[in-house]
Structure formats: structure tokens, C-alpha cells
Ligand binder design. Structure first.
Ligand SMILES: Nc1ncnc2c1ncn2[C@@H]1O[C@H](COP(=O)(O)OP(=O)(O)OP(=O)(O)O)[C@@H](O)[C@H]1O
Ligand SMILES: [Mg+2]
Length: 530
């Protein structure tokens, strides 16, 4: 039997890079098809984040090349701000390093893992570094190679070259093994198509491994507002959050620290807390103890708070969704719903947007015919994988679609759901699904049911019209004979009688009358194809 001291002979520390090298599935590198989509997803999300933050209309090019079976290069270029020389190593070659983690703003990236995760994936599957070209407004540009020293989670940089006359932006190019290019439901094409749907202001150019170029042109020239910082709501705080922020605070009093750092705090709230707790609110926050923090967090739950602010949440927008759907799916009908902000777990505001598109290229088309599909998005980023773990999937399943005359198995329907929040509760580090918070599921259901009613109405009218069209045709067959007979009987002109008869049938069975389709406030949502 091993003695205690022998057991601990092997005690070692590991870096976060080593951890993810072993557990790459946690970052989305699980199947060959998914791994390639993950690389594109990480780079494209970063490019949109960076360009938007710099106030630039994003123009992104994605180029894939096949090197051999299961080995591809991915190159993503943007017209964003680039990354300065002194930062680029850590940005792309160090896990858990970035500009977004401590920020509390709604952006696609959060953790500082995505780009370095790609570098790590390239290193572990091909042994090769990532090649970067960065060019900033200052006119300074350079290229270099970046890899990771996984033992220490530190960037390894090489081949620095100063460049001239490079267009502003960042280009990253990596060679990845253990990957497969697919063209189905989980493909890069589909990922980019959905990115274009949820980001109509982004211009996307995709050059596939067969050198075929597809462009998703931007359909809106407006850059979304810059993400704004949100203060955390007291109900969204944990004890360790409070301690961590308190200990790094430079405030001299705990009361001021609370009022300055968290939302909805006023002197009144401090007084209320003072009345409830034997905590000294005049002492320095940097000395806050676990016990006091625990008491404060507990008291937060007993106080009445104004709901968290939601002005910093940036949904896609109703007009934007309509424009994008029309542009990309050209459906016969669409209905878009934007819900009011709601809160989950007491302290985290979020907004749900949902849409239904019917006809055009909505839904899925296969040899057996049409069927419906669900397009999931979190902060405008398409979620392609991990479907079963997602709040959106649950909400869709809980709705009885038949009640709305919608058949997800047989109709060309696309359900579109985007959840926006500064704190999307992802189910995993790979950020491919939204965790099943009851409040979020409920909101998605309400939004989808609203949209479903819109479609139900449209389908009803469509069915009625096709019924009318059938009857119209049948009855019209008799008008010729009938007008002849009536002409004989009455001695009046046959042509006039026939015209009059046709008019009567037309009135009874309108075939294509737009007025008849638009009802119940669905006007703004009904878009006829041009
Ligand atoms: N295309 C780009 N242009 C400018 N800066 C970039 C670009 N890509 C990455 N960065 C910088 O590199 C940092 C690290 O990127 P990375 O993808 O690893 O993390 P993140 O986007 O912050 O979070 P997440 O892990 O959720 O993706 C970013 O925070 C950003 O500062
Ligand atoms: Mg990122």
C-alpha cells in the first residue's frame, strides 16, 4: 500500500492551457465538424465585437482551404481596430486574457478563452502557430506567429515583421487538424448565414474550400450602439463577487462603495441595511470579511429593490430582424416579436426577441418535403450545437404547435429566437446553449406563442383563400353554359349575363385579395413578396 508521502510525490500544479489541452471538448472541440465551426465562430465573434466597439461597420472575410483529409486552414480578416503589438501575444496566445471579462457589457466574447483556444487547438492538432497580421489606424502594421507555452499558459511569439500599407484590421490564419468540412445543418455556411440573419449590419464574405465565394451583403448601414457598461444589481451578486469587488475597491467607506458600484443603491437603501444589520458601513470595503459579506447578501434578498436597469441591453431590433429575414429567406410571411426586458435570478435583466418566417427559404427542405427548424441565438451569436441543453429548445418543445395550425414536421417554418443579456447564463464554457432558467424559458414561450398566433392567422387566411379559389374555379366552369341558358330564357345578351355572373362569383369567392389577409393588427408584420 502506498504511504501518504508517496502519494503526494506526484502532486503538481497545471496551467489552464494544459487543462484545456486535455479537455478541449469543453471549448467546443468535440467532433471534427463542430471543431471547424468553433474556430470560425470564435474568430468571427471577435471580429464583430472589435469592429462594433470601434464604431466600424463590420466587413469580414472567412477563407477555408483544404490541406489534406481532416486538415484545413482557416483565415478570418476584419476591418476592425487591430491589436497592438504589446497585447497581441496575450490576446491570442494566453487563455483567460482579454478586454471583456471584467467589463459587464453585452458583447459576444466574455471569458478571454476563444481566440487562445483556437491557438491551442492548432498547436495540439498540427503543431503549428497561428499567423497574425494586425494593422491599426495609426498606420502601424506588423505580422507575427503566435503559439502557446502550455506549461505556463504564456504566449510564444516569433517571426515579427513590420509591414507597410496594410488595410486596417486583423487577419488571423491557422492550420487545424482533426477537423472536417461539412455542408449540412451544422456547417460553416449555415453558421455564417445565421450570423448574417442576426447581424444585418455585418458584411460577410465566405470563400469555401472549393474556392467558391458567397457574399452575405449587409442589409442595414447602421452600426449598433456601442455596448454600455452595466452595474450589477444587488440581487445578482454572490458573496464572493461582493468580497472580490470590495477588496479591490479604493473607496474609503463601505457605504460609498456599495452606492458607486451597484445598481439601484441609494442612501435610503444604506439606511435600511444599517437598520437590519450590525455591520459597520463606515469602514473600508477592502477589509470586508466573509461573515459581513454573507450578512449583507442575505439582507439584499429581504429588501425590496427596483428591478435592474435594462437600457444597456441591446437586442437586434424589430426592423433589423425583418430586413434580415426578408433579405435572407424572402418568406411569404413573417411575424416579429420583441418582448419587454425581464429579469432572471432576481438580478439579471434580459430581452427576448422571436420571429416566425413561413415560406421562401424558411425551414428545411429535403427529399421528403419541407419541415420546420429553430434558429437559436444568444447576444446575436448563432448557437448551432448542444441543442438539448438549451432553454430555447425547451420553450419550443413546450408549445403545442398544432393548436396554432402549425406543423413543425411538414411546413416550411423557421422559428428565430435571440436572447440578449450582459450575463447570458450559458450551459457550458463552449457557449453553445442557454441554461434552462425558468424565467427565460417562460419569456421565450410567450414571444413564440405571440408570433405563432400571427402565423396561425396567416395560414387560416391562406387556407380560406385556397378553398375559395377551388370553389371559384368549379363554379366558373358553369357560367358559360348558365349564361347561354339564361340568355335564351330571358332574351338578353349572353356576354352581359356572363360578365354579371362572373362578378357575382368573384364577390363570393375572392381569390387573392390582400385586404382579406391583413387583419387583427398583423399589418406591420405581413410582408408581401415583391
Ligand atoms: N479581431 C479582433 N480585433 C481586435 N481585438 C481582438 C480581435 N480578436 C480578439 N481580440 C482581442 O483579444 C482578446 C481575446 O480574445 P478571446 O476570443 O480569447 O476572448 P474574448 O473574446 O474576450 O472572450 P471569449 O472567450 O468569450 O471569446 C479580446 O478580448 C480582444 O481584446
Ligand atoms: Mg472571443
Amino acid at each position: 500500500m502506498a504511504m501518504g508521502k508517496d502519494i503526494f510525490n506526484e502532486f503538481k500544479e497545471h496551467s489552464i492551457s494544459e487543462f484545456f489541452k486535455k479537455n478541449r471538448q469543453m471549448l467546443g472541440y468535440s467532433s471534427t465538424v463542430r471543431s471547424l465551426v468553433t474556430v470560425v465562430h470564435e474568430y468571427v465573434s471577435n471580429s464583430i465585437d472589435a469592429t462594433e466597439e470601434a464604431g466600424i461597420l463590420p466587413d469580414i472575410t472567412i477563407k477555408l482551404e483544404k490541406i489534406s483529409e481532416n486538415r484545413y486552414t482557416v483565415e478570418v480578416s476584419d476591418n476592425g481596430p487591430g491589436i497592438p503589438k504589446n497585447i497581441v501575444g496575450r490576446a491570442l496566445g494566453m487563455i483567460l486574457a482579454g478586454t471583456k471579462f471584467h467589463r459587464n457589457v453585452q458583447q459576444r466574447g466574455q471569458q478571454g478563452i476563444g481566440a487562445a483556444g483556437c491557438t491551442l487547438f492548432a498547436l495540439t492538432t498540427t503543431g503549428k502557430p497561428i499567423h497574425v497580421i494586425s494593422s491599426m489606424d495609426s498606420g502601424r502594421a506588423f505580422s507575427c506567429d503566435i503559439s502557446i507555452d502550455t506549461l505556463h499558459n504564456k504566449p510564444i511569439m516569433g517571426n515579427f515583421v513590420e509591414l507597410e500599407e496594410v488595410k486596417r484590421g486583423l487577419t488571423v490564419k491557422g492550420e487545424f487538424g482533426d477537423v472536417k468540412y461539412d455542408t449540412g445543418e451544422h456547417s460553416i455556411f449555415e453558421y455564417l448565414r445565421r450570423t448574417a440573419l442576426s447581424n444585418p449590419h455585418v458584411q460577410i464574405t465566405f470563400i469555401d474550400p472549393n474556392n467558391k465565394e458567397v457574399i452575405f451583403p449587409r442589409s442595414i448601414d447602421k452600426i449598433p450602439e456601442k455596448p454600455r457598461t452595466a452595474k450589477l444589481h444587488p440581487l445578482g451578486l454572490t458573496i464572493s463577487d461582493l468580497i472580490e469587488t470590495a477588496h479591490s475597491s479604493k473607496n474609503s467607506k463601505l457605504s460609498n462603495f456599495l452606492m458607486e458600484n451597484f445598481a439601484r443603491f441609494s442612501q435610503g437603501k444604506i439606511n435600511e441595511l444599517k437598520g437590519m444589520l450590525d455591520v459597520d458601513f463606515d469602514k473600508k470595503p477592502s477589509g470586508l470579511t466573509w461573515e459581513d459579506a454573507e450578512k449583507i447578501i442575505k439582507a439584499f434578498k429581504e429588501i425590496k429593490w427596483i428591478a435592474p436597469e435594462s437600457a444597456h441591453i441591446m437586442p437586434i431590433g424589430e426592423e433589423q430582424i425583418k430586413t434580415a429575414l426578408k433579405n435572407i429567406m424572402n418568406p411569404d410571411f413573417m411575424y416579429v416579436v420583441e418582448r419587454k426586458p425581464k429579469v432572471f435570478r432576481g438580478g439579471f435583466p434580459f430581452i427576448v426577441e422571436a420571429a416566425i418566417a413561413f415560406g421562401g427559404s424558411a425551414g428545411k427542405k429535403s427529399e421528403e418535403g419541407y419541415s420546420g427548424n429553430v434558429l437559436r441565438f444568444a447576444n446575436k451569436v448563432p448557437l448551432l450545437f448542444d441543442t438539448g441543453n438549451c432553454a430555447i429548445t425547451d420553450a419550443v418543445k413546450e408549445i403545442q404547435w398544432k393548436r396554432y395550425n402549425i406543423d413543425m414536421e411538414k411546413q416550411p417554418v423557421s422559428l428565430f429566437v435571440n436572447v440578449s443579456s450582459v450575463h447570458i447564463p450559458y450551459s457550458g464554457v463552449g457557449k453553445e446553449s442557454i441554461s434552462k432558467e425558468a424565467e427565460i424559458i417562460e419569456e421565450i414561450k410567450l414571444a413564440l406563442m405571440d408570433a405563432a398566433r400571427g402565423l396561425q392567422h396567416f395560414i387560416y387566411k391562406k387556407q380560406k383563400l385556397s378553398l375559395f379559389a377551388g370553389r371559384y374555379k368549379t363554379i366558373m366552369r358553369y357560367t358559360n353554359q348558365l349564361s347561354k341558358d339564361l340568355s335564351q330564357l330571358s332574351g338578353k345578351d349572353k356576354e352581359i349575363i356572363q360578365k354579371m355572373l362572373e362578378k357575382i362569383v368573384e364577390e363570393h369567392y375572392p381569390r387573392n385579395n390582400k385586404e382579406d389577409v391583413v387583419e387583427d393588427g398583423a399589418e406591420n408584420n405581413l410582408e408581401d413578396k415583391e
